[in-house]
Structures are given as C-alpha cells and as structure tokens.
Design a protein around this ligand. Structure first.
Ligand code: GRG
Length: 286
C-alpha cells in the first residue's frame, strides 16, 4: 500500500525497540513488526485524526500500539497450537525463525509494551492516555479480538448462521479497527455525538475490511487452483463467501461501502483522504 502516512509510521515504529534487554526477543518482535504489513490500522487512525482537523502525528503512539497488538495477534495465530502456519506475508512465520517459545514471548511482549508505550507518550494528557488504553484494551481482550478468536475456534466444526459469522468477524477483526477511529476521536477530544458517529463508521469499516478479506481469500485459492469464480473452490470455514456465495458477498461489500461513505460525509466535509482509504480497502489485492 502506498500512502503518505506509511513512511511516518514506519520511521516511528523502527524506534520502538532500540534498547534491548534481550537482543533475541527484540529481534523476534522487530522481525514481525517490519515484515511487510499493510499498516492499514495506523493509517486509519492518523487519517481519522486529520479528518477531525488534528495533526496526524498526535496519534502516532496509539497507532503504533494498535499495530503492535495486531502484530502479536498474527504471531500467536500462526503458532502450531493455533493455525500452524509456516508463512505469512510471504516470509517464514515468527516461530519458524525464532522457535515457539520465543514467538510466544514476542507476542506477549508486544501486547504488554503497547500499553506502556501509550502511557509513556508525554505529548498527551493523562486523561487522554487512560481513555486510549481503556479503548484499546477492551478492543483487544476477551470482549474483543481474543473473544472473537475464541468464538472462531469454537465454530470450527459446525455451520454458522450469517449472524453468528458476523459476530465472530465484528470482534476478531472489527473491534481493533473500530478502536483506531475511537482513539482518534479521543485525541481530537470530540463530543459524544461525534464519538458515536465514529463508533458506527469504525464498525462499518471493520466489516468492509473483513468482507474484502474473505473475497480475497477465495479469489486467491481459485487462482491457485486454476479455476474460475463461481466454482466450488471454497473451504468449509464460515466466511461471507462460503455462506452467501461470491456474487452476494461482493454485493454485501458494495452495500457496506456505500453505508460507510454516507457516514463519512455526515461527519465532515474534510473527507477526501478517508474516502480514498475506503476505496483502497475495496480495491486492494492483498
Ligand atoms: C491469536 C490472540 C489471537 C488473535 C488472533 C487477528 C487474528 C486474531 C487472527 C489472524 C487471522 C486473521 C486472518 C484474522 C482476520 C483479521 C485479518 C484480516 C488480519 C490480517 O490483517 P491485515 O490484512 O494484515 O491488516 P497485514 O499483514 O497487512 O498486517
């Protein structure tokens, strides 16, 4: 993804781990932090700030914290006890390079450090920092991403309804994405009405991201199998595509896209960058 904020984010994140207690642990954390993630969550947070008329740089610590949590979730998700994956983003997974025990600690380190990082930001007030940590920890924990992952695991051997599948997605992927919008709103000190609008927009964008992810997943496997869209090249995991079929999943994505566009235009006139991001999410190829 090419975006004006990527360099700012990557430069900032390259200094997160400068003073190692364990060089091996820092190497493992840095390996996954710099393994080529799209940085969509930090970009969403900084873009929301800009849309609210604030300096993007004021959101860097929260944006980095959310990317650290996202990175930890991927490291743990790839472990043998979970998805048991050897590759992510075209590179060996963390545990395949550093071993399982170090990969577990790298994930634990990233999660815990994320909160320390926000609380150590001297450019934000104590009140704002407490609210940021409250939002991020809620989104990441057992009522958010981790809870969603658990529901997903529990659903492995039975067919989910659309409502159940959406519930998994809303938490597993959506809560952390929505937190990007809410954190920006807190830093910009928005009132309750505007925060509620950001809450709705963040929920829609999380959904949009996930439907596109499900579509990419199946289009990727179809390509690999040398088949054409519409064939039965889907696994049995509950996704928008497996439950609705590819054409209806694409229609659902278009509907959610238009709802998100409508919410953005209700929020502000200063919305070009956010509209461009919505277009990117829908058009992305990875
Ligand atoms: C193990 C605690 C724990 C949680 C796992 C996020 C997650 C929950 C699992 C990862 C598997 C997965 C495909 C989740 C759906 C969310 C998602 C689409 C993640 C990938 O996000 P991108 O596309 O990744 O932003 P990059 O590589 O660009 O950073």
């Amino acid at each position: 993804m090419k975006h004006k904020f990527i360099e700012l984010i990557n430069d900032y994140m390259s200094h997160l781990y400068d003073d190692a207690l364990s060089a091996e642990l820092d190497a493992a954390m840095n390996y996954s932090l710099s393994a080529g993630g799209k940085r969509i969550r930090p970009v969403l947070l900084l873009t929301t700030l800009e849309m609210c008329g604030e300096k993007a740089a004021s959101g860097l610590s929260a944006a980095a914290a959310i990317e650290m949590i996202h990175t930890y979730s991927l490291i743990h998700d790839d472990l043998p006890a979970m998805d048991d994956d050897d590759y992510r983003r075209g590179k060996l997974t963390n545990h395949r390079v550093y071993g399982e025990a170090t990969a577990i600690l790298a994930g634990d380190g990233l999660l815990t450090d994320s909160f320390y990082h926000v609380m150590s930001d001297e450019t934000l007030t104590a009140e704002v920092k407490v609210e940021l940590v409250r939002i991020i920890s809620r989104a990441a924990g057992s009522r958010g991403m981790v809870g969603g992952q658990m529901l997903d695991m529990a659903a492995e051997h039975r067919q989910l309804t659309r409502a159940e599948m959406e519930e998994v997605h809303l938490h597993k992927t959506g809560d952390l994405i929505r937190a990007c919008f809410l954190c920006a709103g807190v830093i910009a000190r928005l009132d309750d009405t505007a925060m509620a609008q950001l809450h709705d927009l963040g929920t829609k964008v999380g959904l949009l991201f996930q439907i596109k992810d499900d579509i990419l997943d199946v289009e990727g496997s179809l390509e690999e199998m040398g088949k054409t869209a519409g064939s039965d090249a889907q696994n049995d995991k509950a996704t928008y595509v497996t439950l609705l079929g590819l054409p209806a999943a694409k229609q659902a994505m278009t509907d959610v896209y238009h709802e998100a566009v409508e919410l953005v235009s209700q929020l502000t006139e200063n919305c070009t960058s956010m509209m461009e991001l919505l277009d990117y999410i829908v058009a992305r190829t990875k």
